[in-house]
Design a protein around this ligand. Structure first.
Ligand code: BDR
Ligand code: CA
Length: 310
């Protein structure tokens, strides 16, 4: 099994990613760390626990992390995810407590106390916590097995500005720091996630599992879909964050290549843009495996198969 930490700002698609990880025996979830992003930190920390309880996993460790980006005011996305970040189905308030201590300390302590090269970080929101951990304890860089993140977009453009994807836009300084840290990275950008659409048939297949958890998942997908369908004019919306977990489970479903990626932190026009050297026109260091495509049917089949186990 692979040991992972999920760093997240749930978010309906973050929630599905957490469930996919919990349903997968190949992965051992050491802890969930929360960050401000789609909604403020109090909501993302609450939502992470709601998801754990939905899966019947009250013993999981959830740590709250950064409540704002490194150097900027927080930008949120209630227009996509609703006021709570997890709008859609009505779910009970969580009864499990947050862990004492800060998410960044948990990330550092976990990486220092476990064998080097064994722990994979899975950021599904702005990269603030990961950047803070690397800043505070640079020795962790050599110990992280890989950072597998959802963020960025290149040929596909952006979803919060014409050139920036939300997670990188919210904390561009953090994203730049992470891409410069020398850690192996897999990046799942909009170019990939916009091929993984929540069509009616795919949502129906999840609902067809017949469990309460599957019904809740279907309603989450339908909630986020309403916004994205209108925006993109597609049947269904993109299901971003579960691509991170699916890549860990079935990398053969995805296609990409090693590239240099740099993050824009200065220009007001292109702030947070991921500048991906897809064609290798520079000599800059290849610092990420950038995924451009996914077998969407295989991806949804994996999700349905796994959610049926919970
Ligand atoms: C990313 O932003 C959030 O809205 C989603 O949860 C995903 O992580 C997509 O740009
Ligand atoms: Ca997210």
């Amino acid at each position: 099994t692979q040991q992972i930490i999920i760093d997240t700002d749930p978010g309906q698609d973050d929630a599905v990613a957490i469930l996919l990880a919990l349903a997968s025996p190949e992965l051992e979830l050491l802890g969930i760390t929360t960050v401000a992003g789609n909604v403020p930190l109090a909501f993302t920390s609450r939502n992470a626990r709601i998801v754990c309880e939905l899966a019947g996993r009250r013993e999981l460790k959830v740590f709250a992390g950064a409540d704002k980006p490194l150097a900027r005011p927080l930008v949120t996305a209630e227009h996509v995810h609703g006021k709570t970040g997890l709008d859609g189905p009505v779910l009970p308030a969580p009864s499990m407590a947050l862990q004492p201590g800060h998410a960044v300390d948990f990330i550092i302590e976990t990486l220092l106390s476990r064998p080097a090269g064994t722990v994979t970080l899975c950021p599904l929101g702005p990269l603030t916590n990961i950047a803070l951990a690397l800043q505070r304890e640079p020795r962790i860089a050599a110990r992280i097995r890989r950072i597998v993140m959802m963020g960025g977009g290149f040929f596909e453009g952006g979803n919060i500005t014409p050139t920036a994807e939300f997670n990188f836009y919210v904390d561009p300084e953090a994203a730049a720091l992470v891409f410069g840290a020398g850690v192996p990275i897999t990046m799942l950008p909009l170019d990939c996630t916009h091929r993984a659409l929540t069509t009616r048939a795919r949502v129906a297949a999840i609902r067809g599992i017949g469990s309460h958890l599957a019904e809740v998942t279907a309603q989450w997908l339908e909630f986020a879909e309403r916004f994205d369908e209108q925006k993109y004019g597609t049947e269904g919306g993109p299901l971003h964050d579960p691509c991170v977990i699916a890549w860990l489970l079935r990398p053969a479903l995805f296609q990409g290549r090693e590239c240099n990626v740099e993050i824009e932190t200065q220009s007001p026009l292109t702030l947070g843009m991921s500048v991906v050297d897809w064609w290798g026109v520079t000599q800059r260091r290849k610092n990420a495996l950038v995924i451009k495509d996914v077998d969407a049917d295989g991806f949804y089949a994996l999700i349905a198969e796994r959610l049926a186990r919970l």
